[in-house]
Design a protein. Structure first.
Length: 145
């Protein structure tokens, strides 16, 4: 018998869409058109409070990246302890004409990452909470570029 569990988005104010077609939810200022992520109540550029939710692009380019090679210090993010830690990529994805988003990357091999490579939004299980999903970006396969 297979077990079927529904996974929930970690924060529906940040991640919209569906598990198969997720969308990040940012905001856009009606006065100056500044786009932000995560969503803001006021514009960081002009201070207007006339901001509205905006679904962001799902594809962009890797703007900068690093590999997290050691576990975060506190609180303990790994229920099984430090021995369960696996290095992971972290980067900024530039969504064209919108904003740069800081995100976890699905790729952790530095030989397979390069600035400017196409990236696509995906969902991954939250470390320590496998019933919840959070966002990450993964390289777009060569065949789809």
């Amino acid at each position: 018998m297979t077990e079927t569990r529904q996974r929930l988005m970690i924060d529906p104010e940040v991640i919209g869409g569906t598990a198969q077609a997720p969308r990040l939810i940012g905001s856009v200022c009606a006065r100056c058109a500044t786009v932000t992520f995560p969503r803001q109540r006021s514009c960081p550029r002009c201070t207007s409070e006339d901001v509205h939710p905006r679904e962001l692009a799902t594809r962009g380019e890797l703007w900068s990246w690093t590999i997290q090679c050691f576990p975060p210090k506190a609180p303990p993010y790994l229920p099984g302890g430090v021995e369960e830690f696996e290095p992971y990529g972290v980067g900024y994805i530039e969504l064209p004409g919108e904003v740069r988003v800081e995100a976890r990357l699905t790729e952790s091999d530095p030989e397979r990452l390069r600035i400017g490579m196409p990236m696509e939004l995906t969902l991954v299980p939250v470390p320590g909470a496998p019933d919840k999903l959070t966002f990450a970006f993964e390289p777009v396969p060569e065949a789809e570029r």
